[in-house]
Write a protein that binds this ligand. Structure first.
Ligand SMILES: Nc1ncnc2c1ncn2[C@@H]1O[C@H](COP(=O)(O)OP(=O)(O)O)[C@@H](O)[C@H]1O
Ligand SMILES: [Mg+2]
Length: 387
């Protein structure tokens, strides 16, 4: 049975929307869930499931469903492993459409407490020939069985789902790599920074020992004082470092109060002098995404000031210009040579630029040895009402 032409084009539009919904940057589990939900909706199936086989493609290791309440799922108990009908698609790798799945020769029946299911449509999801999962749809609501066009639509969806699943997997791998990179960086930073300083303190205290043996009391005292100062400085460094690592959440609702919180924490950790001024109307002109980006830039810039600048003072301003909103952060520290840091491992400055580009803005860093550092981030004011 084929659909009417205009009904088919409506379904293709729905398919298009479904493809968009599964293609955004999502975690793997969210992607799987969206695929199965979209599939069931597209063909009016009461139940839907997406089974993901293990790497050798023999057994289902994941099984995401739609249409069952959590209680119903709990009552069914163990997830199917890919025997019976589900195994047919798993092993043969092709679509299967049945008016009554219980009548198929490979049917092994349902476990107790499983809702009865009759009409069935199963379609494999592949990417570059590799089987990534299978879509199972059962119990078409508006008809006794699934149609040829249903199968066609789900096969089209499956082609996109393959790309979406592969994308989500790659994205998760990249995240894992980031964590590894970050760990390596933390290890290196600790080794080059904190451990070196403590080692130097240790050497100094050894000297104190021999000074005391020689009766040079005053010199020994001086060195103990210097050791205490050095340890305090190390504690400050560690605090600043942790400040940089700790992810701070910001909901994007009010940049001014978000910055106030951030600066209070910054002040407590660095003991630097902080001046903050904000035009309240500037905050109102920003979208949530723009606030998030500016907050992130403030975080990066402040952590750089805490870690690298040795400044005593920071000035933060949020300003409103006729055609842009500007956030500037300036410290009075030792500054640095901008062109000398191109090869560095840090991602902070690069992240700032990339983030603001995404909202159409621009970020400039001004710094010179001995002259402090200023980070200026600007987002254009769009023609929209200030609500
Ligand atoms: N406020 C600052 N004062 C002094 N040096 C800075 C400042 N901000 C950045 N730098 C220098 O620029 C380098 C790169 O910064 P960044 O990209 O954030 O990487 P990271 O902070 O991980 O080193 C820093 O290592 C530091 O040498
Ligand atoms: Mg940094």
């Amino acid at each position: 049975m084929r659909d009417e032409p205009d009904k088919l084009s409506r379904r293709l539009l729905a398919l298009d929307a479904a493809v968009l919904a599964i293609s955004s940057d999502l975690s793997l589990s969210e992607t799987l869930q969206r695929i199965v939900t979209a599939a069931a909706e597209l063909v009016d199936a009461r139940y839907g499931a997406l089974g993901v086989p293990n790497t050798s493609g023999e057994m289902l290791v994941e099984f995401v469903t739609t249409g069952l309440t959590p209680e119903e799922e709990a009552r069914i108990g163990a997830r199917p492993r890919g025997h019976g009908i589900l195994g047919v698609i798993l092993h043969e790798g092709r679509s299967l459409r049945l008016a009554d799945l219980r009548r198929h020769p490979r049917s092994v029946g349902f476990p107790p407490h499983h809702p009865p299911m009759k009409s069935f449509l199963g379609v494999p999801i592949r990417y570059k020939g590799k089987l990534l999962g299978n879509l199972y749809l059962t119990d078409k609501r508006s008809a006794p069985e699934f149609t040829e066009d249903d199968q066609y639509i789900i096969e089209l969806l499956a082609a996109h789902a393959g790309i979406a699943i592969e994308n989500a997997r790659l994205y998760e791998k990249v995240q894992q790599l980031r964590v590894l990179e970050e760990r390596q960086r933390i290890g290196m930073d600790l080794h080059d920074g904190v451990i070196q300083s403590i080692y130097a303190v240790g050497l100094n205290l050894e000297l104190v020992n021999s000074l005391l043996n020689d009766g040079e009391i005053q010199e020994a005292r001086d060195r103990v004082h210097r050791a205490i100062d050095a340890l305090n400085a190390t504690i400050r460094d560690i605090r600043a470092y942790i400040l940089d690592l700790r992810p701070r959440l910001f909901d994007g609702n009010n940049l001014v109060s978000g910055l106030e919180r951030l600066l209070t924490e910054f002040k407590a950790n660095t003991l630097m002098n902080v001046e903050f001024s904000a035009e309240p109307s500037a905050d109102k002109a920003l979208s949530i995404e723009e606030r998030r980006v500016l907050f992130h830039i403030a975080q990066e810039a402040l952590s750089n000031t805490a870690r690298h600048s040795r400044a005593s003072q920071v000035e933060v301003k949020l300003l409103e210009h006729p055609d842009s909103i500007e956030l500037s952060l300036r410290d009075n520290g030792r500054g640095f040579q901008l062109d000398a840091i191109e090869q560095r491992v840090g991602h902070g400055l690069r992240n700032m630029h990339e983030r603001i580009l995404a909202v159409g803005g621009k970020c400039s860093v001004y710094s010179e040895a001995g002259q402090g550092t200023e980070v200026v981030a600007r987002v254009p004011r769009l023609a929209r009402t200030n609500t």
